[in-house]
Design a protein around this ligand. Structure first.
Ligand code: HDD
Length: 704
């Protein structure tokens, strides 16, 4: 259709043509657009069901004249758009979620009446959301941060929400401190930065004045806080909960999730670069795995202990800054969770899902952990503002999947149509109105402690350093170096010297060597004085279960291998490496300088999954560089290609190479070690790719 010439003099615009002809003209234009897009489609309507004939043009007085207020279609569309956002979560705003199921493999019927934990083989639907804590909803996936691990079990006795993290302890002991903690880590209020980062003055100021946080700091500075994939993190309920049997007898329980793929993390430089290479790295990874049918899976474990056991622990299990070493109370695996379905709609499900630690089912109960007690209030309160009223439990992702009924009525966004006269209890007018049941929820009859009411922190909560020491000393040497380097990195971003000194003062109680490494890394002339400690820390038996490297599974399952090719690459090698990596469980992606792919030496065009400049080696677990001699020389002069190999080397990844790739490897300063293998030897490449080359790190990075 010829473009209309602008009218020279708007004032002299031609008199209106009769309406129908103009509508027909724009209809014709819309038809053209739609024909290109294809498909057969139901009629588009307004929210009132009125069919829309033109979704491209608003109603105008004349072709170049003002838009008319009469255009109810435009007004409805824009008004709805204007209201599309709801307040984001104050914490854990950035998240990714999936549907799946929980299957019980071992009954806990000796301890609890909860059907969820007694009916072996039964599959309970779940919706699980993973999150970062500090950043906003649009922040990146890979900052150094704790990861939320929230599971909603839609049980036959109502919803049970296990709202945990990937770290088994927390920063603070009392919910009273939560707003302070979060305000300190969020962007500073006067300047509005940094986003999604703890490396700034206000966070470390708070930490340096909150000794109870030091144990969690050890975890947050460890590689647990820079995971490779959400499929490779552990999860913890953190608090002690109670299991109750039919007589009301109580057993304490801690809940754990263990990833089937094993724990794995990135290295810090990689995490930083991933933020630029793919801000959605974790979300995409979860999505792609589920779409490919490689469903993420976790084992579910419990630590069970009695009041008498707890009395013998050298710490108070009601204190959320403490964990119970698995060597003290072994973990029993009782089930598994599989995530097998991506949500249909991100907003409707992932954004609107409302978790709440107070959502609990008969046979489970809370403990007196003061952090948990505060959480029992906070979550429902936040959903009321976030989701706009008291009926958010009717949103499909939040609604129980068992029958539910009560006398609560009305309110904003009431979606149900309760019938009858009776909205109260007791009542006699209707035989089918809901009533209490003997199967209902009961609280444990916990005897009260001795002592008086007051704003008191129990003396049993006073040891802030023993478990920080336990964690640090349980780590392998590379992990200890990473912790020290992470603290140096974060404190190097802190402008106020006394804050840095106070933190090192705490580290002196954790481990003298760690304190010295950090002080050296910060260029301190002398060690600052040790922080005042109310309780002398004790040495606990190291717990290897706290390591990552020790729990990493040497496997290509769930990992991704990138093959860099160009015109003339050896088709046989490409095929052999792809076959070997896929046979070991990896997802293989082809990278080429152009997205159209490359013509290999067999004359066939191989399509690329990613273009070199936009697909750095950072997004892969291992790479192979397979190039003709000409291509090798050409790519040795291309910075994206040089970075490809240099980063793979720096991030301790396996690299397979062929003769043609040599100039590129040289340009990228790639050295030689057990992880740099000849592409001919596909078996050796796969073996090297199953793990990271930890020995390489000392050669290429100055760690604290
Ligand atoms: Fe919290 C969200 C985990 C302490 C107040 N929290 C939230 C989410 C997770 C956790 C995973 C995101 C849920 C989702 O995906 O929607 N929170 C924890 C853990 C804690 C913890 C493991 C300590 C053991 N939280 C905590 C305290 C308070 C809160 C002490 C307040 C007293 N948390 C909230 C909140 C959030 C929240 C403000 C924000 C959005 C939401 O609840 O739904 O209410």
């Amino acid at each position: 259709m010829a473009a209309r010439k602008p009218t020279a003099k708007p004032a002299a615009a031609p008199k209106k043509a009769p309406g129908p002809s103009r509508d027909a003209e724009s209809r014709g234009h819309a038809d053209e657009l739609h024909q290109q897009a294809g498909g057969s489609h139901p009629p588009l309507t307004t929210n009132q069901g009125i069919p829309v004939s033109d979704n491209q043009n608003s109603l105008r007085d004349t072709p170049r004249g003002p838009t008319l207020l009469e255009d109810f279609i435009l007004r409805e569309k824009i008004t709805h758009f204007d209201h599309e956002r709801i307040p984001e979560r104050i914490v854990h705003a950035r998240g990714s979620a999936a549907h799946g199921y929980f299957e019980l493999t071992k009954s806990l019927s000796r301890y609890t009446t909860a059907k969820l934990f007694t009916e072996v083989g039964k599959k309970t639907p779940v919706f699980t959301r993973f999150s970062t804590v500090a950043g906003g909803a649009g922040s990146v996936d890979t900052p150094r941060d704790v990861r939320g691990f929230a599971v909603k079990f839609y049980t036959s006795e109502g919803n049970f929400d296990l709202v945990g993290n990937n770290i088994p302890v927390f920063f603070i002991q009392d919910a009273m401190k939560f707003p302070d903690l979060i305000h300190s880590v969020k962007m500073e209020p006067d300047r509005g930065f940094p986003q999604a980062a703890s490396a700034h003055d206000t966070f470390w100021d708070f930490i340096s004045l909150t000794p109870e946080s030091i144990h969690m700091i050890m975890w947050a500075m460890s590689d647990r806080a820079i995971p490779r994939s959400l499929r490779m993190i552990e999860g913890f309920g953190i608090h002690s909960f109670r299991l109750l049997d039919a007589e009301g007898n109580s057993t304490f329980v801690k809940f754990h999730w263990r990833p089937k793929l094993g724990l794995q993390s990135t290295v810090w430089d990689e995490a930083v670069k991933l933020a630029g290479a793919d801000p959605d790295f974790h979300r995409r990874d979860l999505f792609e795995a589920i779409q490919a049918g490689a469903f993420p899976e976790w084992e579910f474990g419990v630590q069970l202990f009695t009041e008498e056991d707890a009395a013998k622990f050298p710490f108070d299990h009601l204190d959320s800054t403490k964990l119970i070493p698995e060597e003290l109370v072994p973990l029993q695996i009782i089930g598994r969770m599989v995530l097998d379905r991506w949500p249909d709609n991100f907003f409707a499900e992932t954004e609107q899902v409302a978790y709440c630690p107070a959502n609990i089912v008969p046979g489970i109960d809370f403990s007196n952990d003061p952090l948990l007690q505060g959480r029992l209030f906070s979550y429902l309160d936040t959903q009321l503002i976030r989701l706009g009223g008291p009926n958010f439990h009717q949103i499909p992702v939040n609604a129980p999947q068992c029958p539910f009924a009560n006398h609560q009525r009305d309110g904003h966004m009431q979606m149900q149509r309760p019938k009858g006269r009776v909205a109260y209890d007791p009542s006699s007018l209707e035989g089918d109105s809901p009533r209490e049941t003997s199967r209902g929820f009961r609280s444990h009859a916990t005897p009260a402690d001795d002592g008086a009411k007051g704003r008191i922190r129990a003396e049993s909560f006073a040891d802030h350093y023993s478990q920080a020491r336990l964690f640090y000393r349980s780590q392998s040497a590379p992990e200890q170096a990473h912790i020290a380097s992470a603290i140096v990195f974060e404190l190097s971003k802190v402008e106020t010297a006394p804050i840095r000194e106070r933190v090192v003062g705490h580290l002196r109680h954790v481990d003298a060597d760690l304190a010295q490494r950090v002080a050296d890394g910060l260029g301190m002339a002398a060690l600052p004085p040790a922080a005042p400690a109310r309780v002398e820390p004790i040495d606990m038996k190291p717990s290897p279960a706290l390591q990552i490297i020790g729990k990493m599974k040497p496997t290509l399952q769930g990992r991704t291998v990138g093959l860099l090719v160009h015109d003339g690459s050896d088709a046989g090698l490409v095929k052999a490496l792809r076959k070997a990596a896929e046979a070991d469980g990896a997802m293989v992606k082809i990278v080429a300088p152009k997205i159209g792919g490359a013509k290999l030496d067999d004359g066939k065009q191989l399509a690329a999954d990613g273009q070199l400049a936009g697909t750095p080696s950072i997004v892969f677990d291992a790479v192979a560089v397979l190039l003709s001699p000409d291509a090798g020389k050409q790519l040795a002069k291309d910075s994206a290609a040089v970075d490809f190999v240099a980063n793979a080397w720096a991030h301790l990844k396996a690299i397979a190479w062929d003769e043609g790739a040599q100039p590129l490897l040289k340009a990228g300063n790639v050295g030689r070690d057990a992880g740099v293998v000849e592409a001919e030897d596909a078996k050796a490449f796969v073996a090297a790719a199953r793990t990271r080359q930890w020995d390489r790190e000392k050669k290429l990075r100055m760690l604290a």
